[in-house]
Design a binder for this molecule. Structure first.
Ligand code: FAD
Length: 327
């Protein structure tokens, strides 16, 4: 149930769903801006969306990236973190708007100890919802590789967070008299994760994450609602009984027709492809993306999904146009 953290109101995502009593709620995900930018730009994108009263905002995490630079004729590896810290942004947004924020916590690039520090910081800041994700392979890697003493799969990360919720820290020798109370989200893939040999196997992995303590699922973007409905049905049949929140991304540029299937292994419906291909400018594509997402969202809304969760890739005008039609 809701807890008061100083003057801040914090609630679990699952409690927001219970409290809504069947009403579909609006939420969205933001990507921290590239380093060097100012948080005001982020606020300017969030401000218009607060009109639709999102109970929570997700903030993604990007792991470190390697940039190769030449030094004295030799290639010298330089490590650079591209985006400002997710937790700081979550805390800033939470305090500015008094809304729940959900940091994405990754296996990739983090040791178990670093993850524990991060979770302790979340708890301290009154951030009680987290998305537990594996992360992708880095651009120079073929396969995902965990850090030394890091987690291989999101399910292992979920188990670590569940342990903290039971007061079990990594090292018994350090006395801590506080357990956490995280509500844990995980990723689900209506068109299966790109590395999974089959949708059924991927669903078994999802079930393992739920059994390890995940409280809700947010899906990868999809453009064909039938795939989401089938996914939810198959998940239920497998005994996955937590809420499955659909993730929706409005197409915004012509290049998305190639990029999204390539990166996320998702299909784009023929009629949407045709409409985008007929567009003369990216402004026209953006409008097509908005119109399609409105229709897609209306069908999901009619089916009584708990949240409509939008992927906003920086600029929020398209999400605003969609939400205005629905909320
Ligand atoms: P996992 O659940 O670990 O699954 C990864 C693969 O391993 C799957 O193929 C699964 O079937 C398989 N698998 C799982 N457990 C086992 C096991 N025990 N044995 C064998 N195989 C197993 N990425 C980011 O870098 N930052 C973000 O902020 C971010 N946010 C996201 C938000 C959402 C809603 C979604 C859907 C994805 C997000 N991603 C993000 C992308 C995500 O990190 C990638 O899709 C990643 O490749 C898989 O992450 P996962 O948590 O689903 O991994």
């Amino acid at each position: 149930m809701p807890t008061k953290n100083k003057e801040l109101y914090t609630m679990k995502i699952t409690d927001h769903i219970k409290k809504a009593n069947g009403k579909t709620l609006f939420s969205f995900e933001i990507i921290p801006p590239k380093k060097g930018n100012n948080i005001e730009e982020l606020y300017n994108n969030i401000d218009p969306l607060m009109e639709f009263k999102p109970p929570f905002i997700d903030v993604t995490t990007s792991r470190e990236e390697y940039v190769y630079v030449e030094k004295s004729g030799l290639l010298d590896r330089k490590v650079t973190r591209m985006r400002p810290g997710t937790l700081g942004i979550c805390a800033a947004i939470k305090h500015k708007y008094n809304v729940d924020t959900v940091p994405h916590v990754l296996c990739g690039g983090f040791t178990k100890e670093e993850t524990e520090y991060l979770l302790v910081d979340c708890h301290y800041l009154g951030i009680d919802n987290v998305m537990a994700l594996r992360g992708d392979a880095m651009s120079h890697q073929k396969y995902f590789e965990p850090s030394k003493n890091g987690h291989q799969y999101a399910g292992d990360l979920v188990a670590q967070i569940s342990n903290l919720n039971s007061g079990k820290y990594l090292h018994d020798a350090i006395e801590v008299n506080n357990s956490t109370d995280f509500c844990i989200g995980v990723a689900g893939y209506p068109e299966k994760h790109l590395e999974a040999p089959s949708l059924q196997t991927d669903l078994k992995r999802l079930k393992q994450k739920v059994d390890a303590g995940a409280d809700y699922v947010v899906t990868q973007m999809f453009f064909d609602n039938k795939k989401y409905f089938e996914f939810v049905k198959a998940a239920k049949e497998m005994g996955i009984n937590v809420p499955i929140i659909p993730g929706i991304k409005p197409l915004a540029v012509k290049r998305h027709l190639q990029l999204l299937p390539q990166v996320f292994r998702i299909d784009i419906p023929e009629d949407l492809i045709n409409e985008v291909e007929n567009c003369k400018t990216n402004k026209d594509v953006r409008q097509v993306g908005v119109d399609f997402a409105i229709q897609q969202s209306k069908e999901l809304l009619a089916a009584g999904v708990p949240f409509l969760h939008y992927y906003s890739m920086g600029k929020s005008d398209n999400i605003h146009a969609i939400a205005k039609e629905l909320f």
